[in-house]
Design a protein around this ligand. Structure first.
Ligand SMILES: CC(=O)SCCNC(=O)CCNC(=O)[C@H](O)C(C)(C)COP(=O)(O)OP(=O)(O)OC[C@H]1O[C@@H](n2cnc3c(N)ncnc32)[C@H](O)[C@@H]1OP(=O)(O)O
Length: 219
């Protein structure tokens, strides 16, 4: 497979290592807005993010991955590129364990030692980061990021754009609403609405300096 990597920050270094570990993938382009102009070096194309699309003129079977950790920026770039879903690669580190009944959407990346169990549904352009666990029947929405060592237990729903912080745990049956953030190390025991941040054990919703949960202001 020929692959162009879009984004050249810290997250993309890890994706680069995954690509090398998978074998059989040839990197044919790196794209980032840090490159002022397009140029070719040792057979690899470099250029600004949106110029990645021009690769389609030269390589019919090329695939892309948007290797940017920020969920909103990743979505913005995918929308700007406006490519068909199958143009995006699914990259899974060889040490990850994926159930045969789980599904992983286009553009998603599963990092080393992650586990995705039976009937889990991972949608598009997600990051299933190092050592995270996605348990049976759990759904992870488009553009979500499950950080290292986070655990989504069974039948959890994580909606579009959610960021689950490192080491956080979501207990069974719970849902986390669109574009919300769960702090590192939190334990989420109640449903979390859209567009908010929750921290701690049990997790409370953060409103400015205050933490709100179970209908009462905790602090
Ligand atoms: C490979 C990778 O690196 S993947 C990236 C993984 N990234 C993560 O896991 C980060 C997840 N993000 C966090 O945990 C963040 O701290 C957030 C989003 C929860 C909060 O961020 P902010 O809104 O900027 O909060 P801020 O840093 O101002 O802290 C506000 C208060 O909450 C506390 N706080 C912040 N995060 C947490 C947390 N995870 N758990 C408990 N308390 C926290 C702070 O100590 C501070 O307390 P204080 O007011 O008593 O001093």
């Amino acid at each position: 497979m020929k692959l162009a990597i879009i984004g050249q920050g810290g997250h993309s270094k890890v994706i680069h290592d995954i690509v090398k570990a998978i074998k059989g993938i040839e990197i044919v382009g790196y794209f980032d807005d840090k490159y002022d102009q397009s140029y070719m070096h040792q057979g690899i194309q470099y250029g600004r993010v949106l110029s990645a699309k021009n690769m389609l003129d030269h390589i019919d079977d090329i695939k892309f991955v948007v290797a940017i950790g920020n969920n909103k920026v990743r979505k913005m770039i995918v929308e700007s590129l406006n490519l068909l879903d199958p143009r995006y690669a699914v990259l899974i580190h060889p040490s990850a364990i994926i159930s045969p009944s789980a599904t992983i959407g286009y553009g998603s990346v599963v990092m080393a030692n992650a586990v995705v169990n039976a009937d889990a549904v991972i949608q598009k352009h997600t990051i299933i980061n190092t050592g995270s666990v996605i348990e049976h029947d759990t759904k992870v929405g488009d553009f979500a990021h499950i950080s290292p060592k986070a655990t989504l237990t069974g039948n959890v729903t994580v909606e579009e754009g959610v960021h689950i912080g490192a080491g956080a745990t979501i207990v069974p049956q719970i849902s986390v609403g669109k574009w919300s953030t769960i702090g590192a190390g939190a334990t989420v025991t109640k449903n979390i609405p859209n567009d908010c941040t929750a921290i701690g054990t049990p997790a409370r919703i953060k409103v400015g300096k205050k933490l709100i949960g179970g209908g009462q202001v905790v602090k």
